[in-house]
Design a protein around this ligand. Structure first.
Ligand code: SF4
Length: 397
């Protein structure tokens, strides 16, 4: 049964509440749902209902296309001047012996390691340290672009930008322009956590505020550039805080159109100061992806990090609004594993990733950072999948 027929079944279900029917009607009419309706979904909607609505939107936007990219992570340091309570990754400067802080040369060595790999993007993200300032990052971006011009530099978050611009006494507009001139091409979605101060002040008090996070992305979009947005969910926030977070992103997107992808990030409770907070279930993960897909009507893509939520949940998420499952070639990132993610060594070959998507009857599309299609793997056959050819035996009558 196609998604339109499933939606019609919901609309004609005599047992469904009028409120849920009204939301389903809006989805069918391609109308935006309100803040209150978003909260209502979190509080009352069942998984099957949410999946039907979210999958309808996903297939209307993308059909079966499921995107991934080939990138590697460069993590300059896991030391940080901040002390976010949920962070399993950062080691405070006082615990320096447990940390690393790469020099410029070491960072460029990481980039050079991939010289013969078909990667399209370097994703740079890590802790915040005083020695990594505007001059340092400008020099790093320029050096990467000089070494490998076609490699897309996706780097840092407003957490770092706010810190380095403040230190350099320059405003956001000037700072982002400098970064662009140095070679920065897009901003990942990190550092957003939950914008609402009732939550943000408790879990990551000192770093940039929600308003500052949004203001930096806005300046970046004004330069004609693209970025992503995340939301850290499943800890001490209430449903209202999640919807408020999505609402603020939706409003900025109305204004600039610069966001590409919304990425809900599951809170993991290992090795951090919030280990006493239980993690939410896989069902809640799927409900959250689906509500994000329904609410964020002006975002093209919803992404799930397979390394964070496990390969199986990533497969399931493709029926709950997700159309992108990221994709790293190797285990260059430590952010997920240190937080207690399912994948302790997140390595997956292109073939594994393609098969993961094909197994659930979706079309695997390798994209670049800006969602240009690099390779459509729908009918692609990998070398070791070629069936052996046999000679025809003569038939003796
Ligand atoms: S989440 Fe980011 S800013 Fe916060 S402590 Fe960790 S590395 Fe630092």
């Amino acid at each position: 049964m196609d998604t339109t027929s499933k939606l019609t079944l919901i609309l004609n279900d005599p047992d469904l509440s009028e409120a849920l029917k009204a939301i389903a009607q809006k989805v069918q009419n391609q109308e935006r749902i309100t803040f209150d309706e978003g909260v209502y979904l979190y509080e009352h909607a069942e998984l099957g209902y949410l999946g039907t609505l979210a999958n309808h939107i996903r297939e209307r936007k993308h059909g079966d296309n499921t995107y991934f990219n080939r990138n590697f992570h460069l993590e300059p340091t896991n030391l940080c001047v901040y002390d976010c309570k949920f962070c399993s990754y950062s080691r405070l400067i006082k615990q320096k012996e447990e940390g690393w802080a790469l020099t410029m040369e070491e960072m460029l060595d990481v980039v050079k390691k991939y010289d013969n790999e078909p990667v399209t993007e370097v994703h740079i993200v890590g802790g915040v340290l005083p020695q990594y300032d505007v001059a340092f990052y400008s020099a790093l971006f320029s050096a990467i672009k000089k070494h490998r011009p076609e490699l897309h530099v996706k780097a840092l978050t407003p957490v770092e930008y706010h810190y380095i611009f403040k230190k350099a006494k320059i405003d956001y507009a000037t700072g982002m322009k400098l970064m662009k001139e140095a070679g920065l091409e897009s901003i990942p979605g990190g550092g957003a956590e939950i914008f609402h101060p009732e939550v943000r002040d408790l879990i990551s008090k000192d770093k940039c505020t929600g308003e500052q996070w949004l203001a930096i992305h806005e300046e970046w979009h004004k330069l004609g550039m693209r970025s992503n947005a995340t939301m850290l969910y499943g800890h001490i926030e209430k449903y209202e805080h999640r919807v408020d977070h999505m609402e603020q992103l939706r409003q900025l997107q109305d204004k600039t159109g610069g966001f590409q992808t919304f990425i809900p990030l599951k809170f993991r409770n290992q090795h951090n100061q919030m280990s006493h907070v239980p993690e939410v279930s896989v069902i809640e993960d799927l409900r959250n992806y689906a509500i994000a897909r329904i609410y964020m009507d002006n975002f093209d893509h919803i992404k799930a990090y397979w390394a964070m939520i496990s390969r199986q949940t990533a497969q399931l998420s493709l029926n709950f609004g997700v159309d992108d499952i990221d994709g790293t070639l190797d285990d260059t990132t430590k952010i997920y594993s240190m937080a207690g993610a399912e994948e302790q060594n997140p390595a997956m070959s292109t073939q594994d990733l393609v098969n993961l998507i094909k197994q659930v009857k979706r079309k695997p599309i390798e994209r670049d950072t800006l969602y240009n299609v690099v390779t459509d793997y729908t009918d692609f056959v990998f070398e070791d999948e070629v069936k052996p050819q046999y000679y025809k035996l003569p038939v003796i009558n």
